[in-house]
Design a protein around this ligand. Structure first.
Ligand code: NAD
Length: 421
């Protein structure tokens, strides 16, 4: 029997009960469950091998979004995030996508770009010709740097040469295109770019300065689409409201920044859970959103002939399932097992689906009841804790503020004072 990510009432269970269900779904071993259960799973000694000057570790909750059906298969989505409502919103949107088959995704091969900045050439067009004439030799040199990658079917695959105008004059920018397989690829690319730079100088007589990966990974795109039935969304008016919200984002960068932030709530939470480089993803996504010269939504929404809502997303996904911390961080490894993805491409496609779901959920909330209602319960609890509530007082103070319709630090403090009398 195929597995289902539809777990009604999952949110009402205790963390232990949820863990048990996730263990069954993902076939986790007891050791893996223990890693999720215990806090501080990243040992200080291990952390000390990851970055410099280590003095501790930090933690975020990992929630599991339910209901995701991607390309006909059910997935549970681990998300690491401090913001309330994101996991619930993703689950909710994924549920609304199910009646029309869930999410359909695809992606391009995992090709990343390395940039080499060449200056001081007499004639940039000539330099371009010279570099392209030696392309095979340059690619071979790049591939010498990573035999493992080449053996896996990846490696440097092409060169592109651009001439750009800058305030310091024209520059010749070489793009090294590398199929990085299941890695995020920054290290591989940087190593290759540094290795081929002397050849570029020799062939052109110019001087090379920067040699570094580009986070605008336009060759490494993931796409997702889904149809949300008008009934599941709450009727035609809700569809209208969502299209109004989308039109607003398309026309206004102030709104669009928040629109895309909503997308990235989902993308980054999954990236964090799998120990991927979230800054690289953010930089790539926002630069991609501005590719046409104006900052635009990463998603696209339209009404179908049946009156349903069809959404799609396309974004660069520089993520890996190997390399960096992805295969080192103990909890990230378990999260990837829960996700059930084997390759970087699959992970990228999941990110696209989650980003689309998150965007739909945010727009639907905004276009109907407003965002605060969904946020309120957890927000009220957080405010209660900030005001000093502990133990059962957290729920009592939070609930009272919600009943009164006023959630504030001041009110939490005065309720606490009253209760402690
Ligand atoms: P990496 O160098 O740790 O691992 C990649 C290597 O793993 C490959 O070169 C290959 O030799 C080997 N490998 C084994 N199996 C593989 C497979 N199936 N697919 C691909 N490679 C396989 O990792 P990376 O992905 O090159 O670098 C990622 C790290 O670089 C991240 O931690 C990121 O934060 C960091 N970084 C980012 C930037 C940036 O975004 N601008 C810049 C520098 C470094």
């Amino acid at each position: 029997m195929s597995k289902t990510s539809e777990l009604p009432g999952f949110y009402k269970l205790s963390p232990e009960e949820r863990l048990k269900l996730v263990q069954e779904f993902a076939g986790l071993g007891d050791g893996e469950v223990e890693l999720l259960r215990k806090t501080g799973a990243l040992e200080l000694e291990q952390a000390d091998r990851m970055i410099e000057n280590v003095i501790g570790t930090t933690e975020l909750p990992i929630g599991v979004a339910t209901n995701f059906r991607i390309n006909g298969e059910d997935h549970l989505i681990p998300m690491a995030i401090e913001e309330p409502s994101v996991v619930a919103a993703a689950s909710n949107a994924a549920k609304m996508a199910r009646p029309r088959g869930g999410f359909h995704t695809e992606s391009t091969p995992p090709v990343m770009i390395g940039q080499i900045q060449l200056v001081d050439v007499k004639n940039p067009s000539d330099a371009r010709e010279k570099i392209l004439a030696e392309k095979m030799q340059i690619l071979a040199k790049a591939n010498e740097q990573d035999p493992v990658l080449v053996k896996l079917g990846g490696g440097a695959v092409d060169l592109d040469v651009r001439i750009i105008e800058t305030f310091l004059g024209p520059m010749t920018i070489i793009h090294l295109l590398v199929d990085v397989r299941d890695a995020m690829g920054a290290n591989v690319i940087n190593t290759m770019c540094e290795a081929i730079a002397p050849m570029i100088e020799k062939f052109t007589g110019g001087r090379v300065f920067l040699r570094i990966v580009s986070n605008l990974a336009t060759h490494r795109l993931a796409r997702a689409k889904a149809t949300f039935s008008k009934e599941a969304l709450g009727g035609e008016e809700v569809v209208d409201g969502i299209l109004q919200a989308y039109a607003f984002a398309r026309a206004d960068p102030y709104r669009c920044a928040t629109h895309n932030k909503g997308v990235m709530n989902g993308v980054i939470a999954v990236a964090l859970a799998t120990a991927n480089d979230t800054r690289a993803l953010e930089a790539g996504a926002h630069a991609y959103a501005a590719m046409d010269g104006a900052y635009k939504p990463l998603t696209h929404w339209e009404r179908t002939s049946d009156g349903d809502l069809l959404g799609s997303i396309e974004l660069p996904v520089a993520v890996g399932v190997i390399g960096g911390a992805t295969a080192v961080h103990p909890v990230a490894k378990v999260c990837r097992k829960i996700l059930g993805v084997q390759t970087a491409r699959e992970l990228g496609e999941v990110l696209a689906a989650v980003g689309l779901a998150q965007n739909l959920a945010a727009m639907r909330a905004l276009a109907t009841e407003g965002i605060q209602r969904g946020h309120l319960r957890l927000h009220a609890r957080n405010v209660a804790v900030t005001a000093g509530a502990t133990g059962e007082l957290i729920d009592i103070v939070g609930k009272r503020m919600i009943e009164e319709g006023k959630v504030s630090f001041e009110r939490a403090s005065s309720i606490l004072k009253e209760l402690r009398k």
